[in-house]
Design a protein around this ligand. Structure first.
Ligand code: FES
Ligand SMILES: [Fe+2]
Length: 439
């Protein structure tokens, strides 16, 4: 990474992928749902961590649990519906029953069949750590995981400034959209983290048809008004200094939305950040992205800033299942959230104009990754943008907020930090793997 060189192999290698599942997805804090999707006791949704499926459920006491959707009898999924409300889950195979907190609750012929069953030992397995921040529910499968706050590090400060702007908070609008893309999850992750460089070329057509503000002047490109902020932990963002002129708020929200913000909830330095900057995109390692940009929901309508979460769920080394949740402000007037939802769909839904651009080009790395000629010719990918002497991109030591900031976004320092973190994780075995090896 010091030379900015990456092998195509990491984008399509089954063995490396198995390490990613073991050492990244089963170890990091992964996003699973928004709290607004499961507001009532018994509400649940099915979600994935890596390729394992979990029931994210609010139990009868209101506590959020992340339960492995595998019956402890023979492993059948106990919940077969993507979303619903239930006090119990009954396995379809032999009808073992579990409470929505995961406890074993009963079985047919229990008194005759399981006279000595230790019920406490046969509940559904659960993620050992579940926590949430500004409505985003994360889980970690690693018993030794740090707290979510420690995991997020300086990103927590920015989450306050992006999502914690008033007491009413945000909610997921409708169902998350999801669709399969023939790509490697890391291509999406590095793009969401920091790839401002692709916007003026790959997304030029969106500007040409008038759906996207002037890319360079508006700050969506890599130069004027854009910069990177990133962390050695592999989280990072593209920060902009404001897309839209007054009366829009710096984040791009109109006065009727910005007036509902209670900036006194924030620390003084966070208020200063909100008054002068916003994030275009972010990535929380390993695979939760966010986009907040303006787009016009209808022809001739003024631009509406939308916020959506993107999870790049791996489904094999060459397949991503994209999940999108458009977030709306609970405090926003009628119509604003609907416009934001339409704008988000038009840009980054399954048929969104930007989404189609991105997902076509991300198909390249996995095909290079398994190409015979790429291997025989020693092909390497270039991550050298912004290395010494390549551009004027430099660390901005005057940045008064958390993280490492750069002078522009015409560089790839965050992507290099992402792949350094990736390498640390896939190279490090954990206790569970050692236990398994010893059996
Ligand atoms: S597999 Fe679930 S009850 Fe047998
Ligand atoms: Fe893009």
């Amino acid at each position: 990474m010091e030379q900015g060189i990456v092998s195509p192999r990491i984008f399509n290698d089954p063995e490396l992928y198995s390490y990613e599942l073991d050492r990244i997805f089963a170890r990091c804090w992964c996003f699973v749902a928004h709290e607004s999707e499961i507001p009532m006791p018994g509400d649940y949704v099915l979600r994935n961590i890596g390729q394992d499926q979990f029931i994210v459920v609010r139990d009868e006491d209101g506590q959020i649990r992340v339960l492995f959707n595998k019956c402890t009898h023979r492993g059948s999924p106990v919940c077969r519906v993507e979303k619903g409300n239930s006090s119990h889950f009954r396995c379809p195979y032999h009808s073992w029953v579990f409470k929505n907190n995961g406890d074993w609750s009963g079985a047919p012929y229990r008194k005759k069949a399981y006279k000595k069953l230790d019920a406490a030992a046969w509940g559904l397995a659960a993620a050992p750590h579940v926590d949430s921040v500004h409505g985003l529910i994360f889980a970690s499968l690693d018993p030794d995981a740090p707290t979510l706050d420690d995991y997020l590090g300086g990103m927590r400060w920015y989450l306050d400034a992006l999502l914690g702007l008033n007491d009413q908070g945000m909610r997921a609008i409708g169902e998350p959209h999801r669709w399969r893309v023939p790509a490697n999850w890391k291509s999406g992750a590095e793009n969401f983290m920091a790839d401002a460089y692709h916007v003026p070329s790959l997304h030029r057509s969106a500007e040409e048809v008038g759906m996207f503000p002037n890319i360079e002047a508006g700050g969506a490109g890599p130069q004027a008004g854009s910069r990177h902020v990133y962390f050695d932990e592999g989280h990072g963002m593209i920060i902009n200094d404001g897309f839209l002129p007054p009366p829009w708020h710096r984040s791009g929200f109109p006065p009727e939305v910005a007036d509902t913000f209670q900036l006194d909830r924030l620390a003084p330095d966070q208020q200063l950040f909100v008054d002068n900057h916003s994030a275009t995109t972010f990535l929380i390692f390993p695979n939760l992205g966010l986009v907040r940009v303006p787009a016009s929901p209808h022809p001739d309508a003024p631009p509406t800033v939308f916020t959506y979460l993107r999870q790049l769920q791996p489904s094999g080394p060459d397949t991503i299942v994209n999940w999108n949740w458009t977030l709306g402000w609970n405090s926003a007037p009628d119509g604003f959230n609907e416009d934001a939802y339409v704008a988000a769909l038009s840009m980054h839904g399954p048929a969104g104009i930007l989404e189609q651009d991105d997902t076509v080009v991300w198909g390249g790395p996995p095909t290079a990754g398994k190409s015979v000629f790429a291997r025989k010719s020693g092909m390497r990918f270039n991550f050298q943008l912004g290395l010494d002497g390549m551009s004027d991109y430099a660390e901005d030591t005057s940045w008064a907020f958390p993280g490492r900031a750069t002078t522009t976004a015409l560089g790839e320092a965050p992507q290099r930090a992402f792949y350094r973190r990736w390498l640390r994780e896939v190279s490090t075995a954990d206790h569970a793997e050692n236990r398994e090896d010893g059996q």
